[in-house]
Design a protein around this ligand. Sequence first.
Ligand SMILES: Nc1ncnc2c1ncn2[C@@H]1O[C@H](COP(=O)(O)OP(=O)(O)O)[C@@H](O)[C@H]1O
Ligand SMILES: [Mg+2]
Length: 313
Amino acid sequence: MNMDVLKETNFSWLGKKKKGKVRDIYEQGDKLILITTDRMTGFDRLLAHIPWKGQVLNQISAFWFEQTKDIIPNHVLAVPDPNVTVGKKCNPVRIEGVVRGYLTGVTDTSIWTRYSKGIRDFGGITLPDGMQKNRKLPQPIFDPTTKEDLHDRTLTKDEMIAEGFITAELFAKVEEKSLALFKCGQEVSAQRGLILVDTKYEFGIDENGVLTLIDEIHTPDSSRYWYLASYEERLAKGEEPEYFDKEFLRLWFKEHSDPYKDAVLPEAPKEKVLELSRRYIEIYEQLTGKTFEKNSMPIIERLEKNLSGYTIG
Ligand SMILES: Nc1ncnc2c1ncn2[C@@H]1O[C@H](COP(=O)(O)OP(=O)(O)O)[C@@H](O)[C@H]1O
Ligand SMILES: [Mg+2]
């Protein structure tokens, strides 16, 4: 079977394209046409194309933007296609609103790594000694990073202000909104049998100076989700929570190549790609309570049709 995956678009009739890791972005004056592709990245490079991933991400974001619109205005102007959001172009805020609800993670900057090295103070909250990995934090922690070209850094609030990334006033607003969004995210997820573990928000300032939520929200790319039903039992047995994860595909690349060095990577096994595709769809359905609609029209053709109203010139 020839899988229809959306690898890339080249719609010159939509304007000039900017290629993000996952999205193709066309700028049209005060609007952005954000096409979410099926690209999956890891180790800062393209690893694979996952059928339906772009649609899942775009539709999960649309679901959450709608759920949270009373907390903060967002960039969404229209969702003209399952893979597309037309957004209001905003001036990006230079910090990312990371919020952590659980003591977990594997990377150097994760809260579990830092905790196990003896760090206890996180953004004004002091954690007790002796906490078990993957346990719920006494309260969600705002743990922002800078937004930079090379790599984002976990600076303190005072450092971010001193280095000119943000003003104290805007920092306070971003913190308040991030925590409110996360609270809503955890409550709604719990009703659907999921734990929203941690996430990252991007903000922008709109043409009227209003703080606006941009990019994506609570997608499996920007967030970690665990299954609620098995959480307690697994932790009691000393096991890891049951998670939705792209990690197994990243692990495969680690075992079969050197993803930091090799010029060309091997192709991911088809069954692993399909398994990941299935998991993306499953999390969409569990979260939204809707059936995932697989349109039979070739994606490129469908995009051309649904975006014809946005032709420039
Ligand atoms: N409303 C918006 N205004 C300005 N920039 C935005 C808006 N929404 C998303 N973006 C930016 O568009 C890009 C989305 O594409 P993506 O593939 O996710 O990029 P990245 O590789 O930076 O993660 C991001 O750089 C994001 O910051
Ligand atoms: Mg992104």
